[in-house]
Design a protein around this ligand. Structure first.
Ligand code: DGL
Length: 266
C-alpha cells in the first residue's frame, strides 16, 4: 500500500490527488488527530510524531510513504531518511520547489504555511541549492488552519485574513505562490483572487502525486509489490463528528474514518 500521514485530516487533499493520478493503488492514511496541530510545535516534537506515524503505516502494510504534512516535510525528512534508509519516502516540499522554479519568471517566489514550516526556512534552502538568483519569501498564516477546519470557506473574515497574509508577499513582488500547508488547497479560489491575476499558485498535492506516479512508472518491479485497488483506508488517532464532517471537505466526498488509539497514540 501507499502509506500517507498527516497531523490530521488536511492530508486528505493529498490523498484526493493520489487517488486521481494513481487510481490503481490502495492507499493507507494515518491522520494524527489526537495530537494535531503539528504546525505550532517544536521541530523535536514534530520529528518524534513523524517517526511514530511512519512506524504505524509500516506496521499496517505500507511499502512507500508520502509525508502529506508540510510541517513534518519541513523538519523531519533527514531523520526519517536516516531511520528508514531503504524506504521510498516522498514529501511535499521538494516537488513544490521544483514546480515553483519552473513557473517563476520574475524569480520571486512566495510561500505560505504554518509557523513550523516557515521557520524551518526549508524552501529558501532548497531553492538556493537549485538557483541562487531566485528569492523566496515565507509568510506564516496560522489562522487559516482553524478557519478551514470550522468550514469558514466563504466567510468575509476568511477573505480578509487571506488578504492580510498575502500583503507582505505582494509587496515583495512575488509572481509565484506555494500553498505550503495541507489545508490551503481548499481555499485555492480565495487565495488566487487575493494574490491577483499575475501570481501563479503551486499546489503541492498535485506535484507530489505526479512525483509518486513518475517513481512507480520508473520502478515497475517496485510497483508490482504495492497492493492494488480498493478505497483508501483512513485511520485517525481521535475521532469526532467534526473530523468526519471536515474529512468530506478535504476529500471532496464522503469517506469513512476509523479510529486507531493504540500506543503511542492512545
Ligand atoms: N498538516 C499541517 C501542515 O501541512 C497543517 C495543520 C497542522 O498544523 O498540523 O503543515
Amino acid at each position: 500500500m501507499i502509506g500517507v500521514f498527516d497531523s490530521g485530516i488536511g492530508g486528505l487533499t493529498i490523498v484526493r490527488e493520489l487517488v486521481a493520478k494513481l487510481p490503481e493503488y490502495q492507499i493507507l492514511y494515518f491522520g494524527d488527530t489526537a495530537r494535531t496541530p503539528y504546525g505550532t510545535k517544536s521541530p523535536e516534537t514534530i520529528i518524534t510524531y513523524a517517526l511514530e506515524d511512519t512506524e504505524f503505516l509500516l506496521a499496517h502494510g505500507a511499502k512507500l510513504i508520502v509525508v502529506a504534512c508540510h510541517s513534518a516535510s519541513s523538519v523531519a525528512m533527514e531523520v526519517l531518511r536516516d531511520r528508514f534508509p531503504h524506504l521510498p519516502i516522498f514529501e511535499v516540499v521538494t516537488p513544490s520547489v521544483e514546480k515553483a522554479l519552473l513557473v517563476t519568471k520574475k524569480k520571486v517566489i512566495g510561500v505560505i504555511g504554518t509557523r513550523a514550516t516557515i521557520n524551518s526556512k526549508i524552501y529558501e534552502r532548497l531553492v538556493r541549492l537549485r538557483d541562487p538568483e531566485v528569492k523566496v519569501y515565507g509568510q506564516a498564516c496560522p489562522l487559516l488552519v482553524p478557519l478551514v477546519e470550522e468550514g469558514w470557506l466563504r466567510k468575509p473574515e476568511t477573505r480578509s485574513i487571506v488578504k492580510k497574509c498575502l500583503i507582505p508577499l505582494k509587496m515583495r513582488g512575488i509572481d509565484t505562490l506555494v500553498l505550503g500547508c495541507t489545508h490551503y488547497p481548499v481555499l485555492k479560489k480565495i487565495i488566487a483572487a487575493k494574490a491577483g491575476r499575475r501570481v501563479r499558485l503551486v499546489d503541492p498535492a498535485e506535484e507530489v502525486a505526479l512525483s509518486v506516479r513518475r517513481f512507480l512508472e520508473d520502478h515497475p518491479d517496485y510497483a508490482r509489490h504495492l497492493k492494488h485497488n480498493g478505497d483508501p483506508l483512513v485511520y485517525v488517532s481521535d475521532l469526532t463528528e467534526a473530523f468526519q464532517r471536515v474529512a468530506r471537505l478535504f476529500m471532496g466526498r464522503n469517506i469513512q474514518l476509523k479510529r486507531y488509539a493504540g500506543p503511542p497514540f492512545g
